[in-house]
Design a protein around this ligand. Structure first.
Ligand SMILES: Cc1cc2nc3c(=O)[nH]c(=O)nc-3n(C[C@H](O)[C@H](O)[C@H](O)COP(=O)(O)OP(=O)(O)OC[C@H]3O[C@@H](n4cnc5c(N)ncnc54)[C@H](O)[C@@H]3O)c2cc1C
Length: 439
């Protein structure tokens, strides 16, 4: 199946999403665990229901006996998982990519790909998935009714519904099998394999629970991080005062929000980024202090207040269908264990202000591929250290810079001072932008 047909389905078209196991039956689906399942119930929204009405997934569930073992199981079909699956399948391995939600799915994200992320995609031959993306030309930072614009280049915006579905289609095109609607739990190592248990999240699945054996497991399940009963050191824990994420989409919004600009409203209690995606909708993504959300009564009310106080239009924002995430900034004690590698947000994440999460996920998946490929062909415990030290050196270093910038954003004084400098001298942001583009 082509990337285009999954992407068409993502837009609500009539494409049929099938894995290598063939075409299938209609999803009558039970409710899946939501992205916000670690938050208080009042933050949860019906994201999964919305996905179903926009784009029904059609498939045949795998028979329990099919593909009981393979070289690699990749858990999670975000950018880290889809790119890992693609690169490992390209290297000739049998790869199973499994995903908890039904695809195409929405994801809380600013949907901005940095220049570095675009370059990393092109370097692995995936530049074409960005053909519908909106080029980014400016970043407008606002606080307390004042704002300053900084020119941007090389980055773009593409909705996660479209982007992630296109990456999965590319992985399937090179032979990876894909199954959604299953939650994976990583089990113990048994001789030459890791055991992964798949729990169906839909009533029409062939069986409620199945086991897979894989030489190697790539864990790319984002912020979820709760799937390790046997390796507690791999569970990521949020840092104190970590913000929670929140996202919503507005199909038609004020003309004030021009395509190609990231509008960033900042406040002591968090920040809200607003950007037009390829279909003209306004994508809204926020990182918020959970106590502020509780005080305001809802994710939407909290985000709308920040946008209004920054001086941007906020009509209708509070009433949108908002989805929350678990606390954002987090780190597991380890990023690798016996026959198991963590990649993407699952390996550690910091607040998304600089819009680098997808870039890190792409870079890390690309760096992991040769290590996981070697591990699948012949396991060696030394590969645990290889991945850990590579990860800490490259991605960990980049995340430290973002942590520093995100902390600065929590100070209205600092942001106001930055706006004061950037208004007359937008070029003053060049060193930071250069650093981010290069990272
Ligand atoms: C508010 C906000 C704004 C952001 N803005 C930007 C931005 O503008 N630019 C940018 O580059 N980054 C941004 N990010 C960060 C970006 O979204 C992430 O860094 C990126 O999605 C990480 O990719 P991933 O593949 O590691 O994880 P994800 O994209 O989260 O994918 C993980 C997948 O695993 C699935 N999964 C989870 N548990 C299981 C399980 N047990 N079994 C099977 N599947 C499972 C999930 O359903 C999900 O589909 C933002 C994040 C937030 C919260």
């Amino acid at each position: 199946m082509s990337a285009r047909s999954i992407a068409d389905e993502a837009k609500g078209g009539r494409g049929v999403l099938t894995g290598p196991s063939g075409p299938g039956s209609h999803d009558s689906g039970a409710r899946e665990p939501s992205e916000s399942s670690l938050l208080a119930p009042e933050f949860e929204t019906a994201l999964d229901e919305e996905c179903k009405t926009r784009a029904p997934a059609i498939r045949r569930p795998l028979h329990p006996a099919e593909h009981a073992s393979c070289d690699v199981v990749v858990i999670g079909a975000g950018p880290a998982g889809a790119i890992s699956a693609l690169l490992l399948a390209r290297s000739g391995l049998s790869v199973r990519l499994v995903e908890r939600k039904r695809f195409p799915r929405r994801k809380v994200c600013g949907a901005c790909l940095s220049e570095a992320a675009v370059g990393a995609l092109r370097a692995i031959g995936l530049g074409d998935v960005l053909r519908d993306a909106v080029p980014l030309s400016s970043f407008r930072l606002a606080s307390r009714g004042r704002s300053a614009s900084v020119p941007l280049r090389g980055g773009c915006v593409l909705s996660r519904t479209e982007f992630d579905a296109a990456l999965v289609a590319e992985a399937m095109n090179v032979g990876a099998s894909f199954e959604d609607g299953v939650t994976a739990e990583v089990g113990p190592s048994e001789q030459t394999a890791r055991v992964v248990t798949l729990h169906a999240t839909h009533r029409d699945a062939a069986s409620a629970e199945r086991k897979l054996h894989a030489h190697v497991v790539v864990f790319a399940a984002g912020l979820a991080g709760t799937a390790f009963r046997h390796d507690p050191e791999l569970r990521s824990r949020p840092t104190k005062l970590a913000h929670v994420g929140a996202g919503a989409e507005m199909p038609s919004a004020s003309d004030f929000y021009t395509p190609g600009t990231i509008f960033m409203a900042t406040h002591r209690a968090g920040y809200v980024g607003l950007t037009r995606t390829e279909d003209g909708a306004l994508n809204i993504a926020a990182a918020l202090d959970a106590r502020f959300v509780s005080a305001e009564g809802s994710l939407g009310a909290a985000a709308a207040k920040i946008v209004r106080q920054a001086g941007f239009p906020n009509e209708g924002l509070a009433e949108l269908d908002w989805t929350g995430t678990p606390p954002l900034t987090r780190q597991p004690a380890s990023v690798s264990a016996d026959r198991l590698f963590l990649v993407g947000d699952a390996a550690g994440y910091v607040e998304p202000f600089t819009g680098e999460g997808m870039g890190w996920a792409i870079a890390a998946a690309t760096a992991l591929a040769p290590i996981a490929s070697a591990a699948s062909r012949e396991w060696s415990p030394a590969l645990i250290d290889t991945w850990t030290s590579h990860y800490r050196r490259s991605i960990g270093r980049r995340q430290r810079v973002c942590r520093f910038l995100a902390r600065g954003l929590r100070s209205p004084l600092l942001v106001t001072a930055a706006i004061g400098v950037l208004r007359p001298f937008p070029a003053a942001a060049a060193p930071v932008l250069r650093h981010l583009a290069a990272s």
